[in-house]
Design a protein around this ligand. Structure first.
Ligand code: E4P
Length: 216
């Protein structure tokens, strides 16, 4: 499973990259707006820092022509970029055209499995179901990931499932067990993946025992 960091913060990307386990970064307009750096400069910096990463950059247009134009601008600047397009009718139309041009698309703001089917039919590289946001309104976000997996497997659809808006390590675990290709999460959740209290207590015990080893 690929792991992406969900942020536009340079320090977080630098730190997580040093762990050697991340495959990419998902930015979005809200992440970018928080950073206090001009969009284009921030994106350039992210690509410089992570040239071999799968980096998602989101369009903000909501009409077909605007989405296509912004997607072209993004890939002209960074040819390996994943262009993030919202799951609206104009977005799906644009995904069809852009995918046929060979542009990689991450379809964002997916909240239903039939939406995910449309993204796959249009040729998207990834579909991003927003798990935690569904949980927050009292529905089961992980069930959406499960349903998408089933539909994609039923019909041999090749779009990758990019489980997004994950709020806990358990969401990451469940997405991995279901077979999502990618999980994206914020820095805090990614850090939590390393930890288990029994690892900490086990290590403490080993180190204590080592201190008390016979030395002659
Ligand atoms: C994914 O690509 C999105 O950027 C992200 O997961 C949105 O999640 P949020 O609900 O944490 O904003």
């Amino acid at each position: 499973m690929k792991l992406f960091l969900d942020t536009a913060n340079i320090e977080e990307i630098r730190e997580a990259k040093s762990w050697g386990i991340i495959d990419g970064v998902t930015t979005n307009p809200s992440h970018v707006a928080k950073e206090g750096t001009k969009f284009e400069d921030l994106i350039d910096e992210i690509f410089e820092l992570f040239p071999d990463g799968e980096i998602s950059v989101e369009v903000t247009a909501t009409d077909f022509d605007g989405i296509v134009k912004e997607a072209h601008t993004i890939v002209e600047a960074h040819e390996n970029a994943l262009v993030k397009v919202p799951l609206i009718k104009e977005g799906i139309k644009a995904i069809k055209v852009l995918s046929e041009e060979g542009i990689k698309i991450n379809t964002t703001l997916c909240f239903s499995a039939v939406q995910a089917m449309l993204a796959a039919k249009a040729g998207a590289t990834y579909i991003s179901p927003f798990v935690g946001r569904l949980d927050a309104i009292g529905t089961d976000g992980i069930q959406l990931v499960r349903d998408i997996r089933q539909i994609y497997d039923n019909y041999g659809m090749e779009t990758g499932i990019l489980a997004a808006a994950l709020r806990t390590p358990k969401h990451v675990l469940q997405s991995a067990v279901i077979g999502a290709e990618v999980a994206t999460m914020n820095f805090e959740i990614m850090e939590k993946l390393f930890h288990h209290p029994m690892t900490d207590s086990g290590l403490e015990q080993f180190l204590d025992d080592w201190e008390n080893r016979p030395v002659k």
